[in-house]
Design a protein around this ligand. Structure first.
Ligand code: ZN
Length: 198
């Protein structure tokens, strides 16, 4: 049982702790007010977000371990739980699509036995490339957290530049570098029927 002497001491310690937390919160709020919206959003990430990002960064090191591929890692989370993990395995699998985010998405879909990842959040050690970002949209992932921005990666490896592809995607179809041309237009409606009737 708690003695009557210990109680005021304990109470003071608890109150001091709560006050310190309150003060720290106020200071953090003040710091955030001076940040850009993007920085603010990043700083406002909760402790769990930082833990998941640390895991993605940890996984990025697996990518370089057995010459799997470039050092990128990713974690997919739903309702506070990790549902998929991945790291770049392009070199190992000889698969250009085996980026960390795609691998994490494949892992989650396999485990959940479902291709719909609506409501989940992805943590990527580096800002996703256009391929990964497209799949993020297609699978219903609601938010992306990244640690290393594109421009920092490009400084080390120009081959990993994604600005060109992002720019291409903003152009009208007829102005892109890779021609995308329709052929056999007469068959379009016939084969479209299978979409309608399935
Ligand atoms: Zn990618």
């Amino acid at each position: 049982m708690m003695s009557s002497i210990k109680f005021p001491i304990l109470f003071s310690v608890v109150m001091f702790g709560a006050y310190s937390q309150y003060e720290a919160g106020k200071t953090a709020d003040k710091i955030l007010l001076n940040k850009t919206p993007l920085e603010r959003q990043s700083k406002a990430a909760n402790p769990d977000d930082r833990v998941f990002m640390m895991r993605a960064l940890e996984l990025s090191q697996l990518a370089i371990k057995d010459n799997n591929g470039d050092p990128f890692g990713s974690v997919l989370v739903k309702d506070g739980k990790i549902i998929g993990e991945g790291w770049n395995r392009t070199s190992l699998l000889k698969d250009p699509s085996a980026h960390a985010e795609i691998e994490a998405i494949r892992d989650a879909c396999k485990k959940l036995n479902n291709a719909d990842l609506s409501g989940s959040v992805i943590y990527a050690s580096a800002q996703p490339c256009p391929m990964c970002l497209s799949l993020i949209y297609l699978t219903g992932i609601k938010r992306v957290y990244y640690c290393i921005p594109h421009y920092k990666i490009e400084k080390f490896n120009k081959d990993l530049s994604v600005d060109f592809i992002y720019e291409e995607l903003t152009k009208p179809q007829t102005e892109r570098t890779i021609p995308e041309l329709q052929i056999l237009p007469d068959y379009a409606d016939k084969y479209l029927e299978s979409y309608v009737t399935q």
